[in-house]
Design a protein around this ligand. Structure first.
Ligand code: ADP
Ligand code: MN
Ligand code: MN
Ligand code: MN
Length: 356
């Protein structure tokens, strides 16, 4: 049968990488369920900030396949890693490769990741539902609101949730956020790569479905300046030891470890995050590190239920909505599970940029 395969990859855009995709028509394939059924492919890296024009070929290596909820069966979405032209060396703009290694080293700890992806729907330069000039009524009624005067874009959000479910993502919920036009979807993954891959495909589907409604979505952490909530990507994290009897001590030790590496995490938790982490709007200041039970003004929150039962998970509230889940998940595993304390200068958001 004929399969349309949408190859999806991360580009070299700075300071925040974006998604690119193109379609391969595969005329004679059986049901596609695994990446090894699909051919590698290439693209022009000079058009994506990934290669100079005189040496422009980059390699796309399929790493995960999802049923395509947009085109339907038998078509697929193909998540790819970008490799150099040799086909095996990860490109500098491929942050998944570094997570792959750390995920393998830590797999025995069975880490789970629950990522809360906040985003803002936009009509042109204005959040969806906002007046062309001026502002809506102040924040208060919008979070988890209902009614045409309080929430904007629910048709898009519902279509997105359907699509995520059909694609098999680990989506666990959606909600309207504190700022009007702002929403959240949550992805739960039992494995660092699974969770991060699903977030990236969740973002792809959001942008793609937005096209059909003439609405775009942004993950900028502070899309509107002033007294409006920013957008984050709270990351809920646990290991097997945290989820078992005695887990609270493991969670507290994790909080201490995170505090010691605060600056490094912040450096890697998304561009423009200082505009969001002000100490207001349910955030801790970017300069400070704190953790506490049920505290939404802390850097790390331990949910009340976790404290009460003595085991569970922690929530890192620092990541910006535009953070890269490959980087986030890698840092959490390094700091909490592997006990890494150093903050290599070579590990920078720009280290993925093309320096050639
Ligand atoms: P909040 O109250 O912060 O808005 P959400 O319900 O939006 O929380 O998101 C919490 C996320 O954490 C969900 O995706 C959920 O599946 C995930 N989660 C629940 N338990 C765990 C756990 N033990 N480890 C990691 N993530 C978890
Ligand atoms: Mn949430
Ligand atoms: Mn939220
Ligand atoms: Mn949260």
């Amino acid at each position: 049968m004929v399969v349309f395969a949408e190859y999806i990859w991360m580009d070299g855009h700075q300071p925040t990488q974006k998604l690119r995709s193109k379609t391969k028509v595969l005329p004679d394939l059986d049901e596609v369920t695994r990446p090894d059924q699909l051919p590698a492919w290439g693209f022009d890296g000079s058009s994506t900030n990934q290669a100079p024009g005189d040496n422009s070929d980059c390699h796309l290596e399929p790493v995960r396949v999802y049923p395509d909820p947009i085109r339907g069966h038998p078509h697929v979405l193909v998540l790819c890693e970008v490799m150099l032209a040799d086909g095996v060396t990860p490109h500098p703009t491929n942050p998944r490769a570094a997570l792959r290694e750390v995920a393998e080293q830590t797999a025995e700890h069975e880490p789970w990741f629950g990522l809360e992806q906040e985003y803002t729907l936009m009509q042109g330069m204005t959040p969806l539902g906002w007046p062309d000039n001026g502002y809506p009524a102040p924040q208060g009624p919008y979070y988890c609101g209902v009614g045409a005067d309080e929430v904007f874009g629910r048709d898009i959000v519902e279509a997105h949730m359907d699509a995520c479910t059909e694609a098999g993502l680990g989506i666990t919920g959606i909600n309207a956020e504190v700022m009007p036009g702002q929403w959240e979807f949550q992805i739960m993954g039992k494995g660092a790569l699974e969770a991060a891959d699903d977030v990236w495909i969740g973002r792809y589907l959001l942008y793609r479905i937005g096209e059909d409604f003439g609405v775009s979505a942004t993950v900028h952490p502070k899309p509107v300046k002033g007294d409006w909530n920013g957008a984050g990507m709270h990351t809920n994290f646990s290991t097997k030891a945290m989820r078992e009897e005695g887990g609270m001590a493991v969670i507290e030790a994790a909080c201490e470890a995170l505090g010691k590496r605060h600056e490094h995490h912040i450096k890697m938790y998304g561009a423009h995050n200082a505009e969001r982490l002000t100490g207001l709007h349910e955030t801790q200041s970017i300069e400070k590190f704190s953790w506490g039970v049920s505290d939404r003004g802390a850097s790390i929150r331990i949910p009340l239920a976790t404290a009460q039962q003595g085991f569970g998970y922690l929530e890192d509230r620092r990541p910006a909505a535009n953070a890269d889940p490959y980087v986030l998940n890698r840092l959490l595993l390094e700091t909490i599970v592997l006990g890494v304390t150093d903050t290599p200068e070579t590990d920078t958001p720009e280290s993925v940029a093309l320096t050639a």
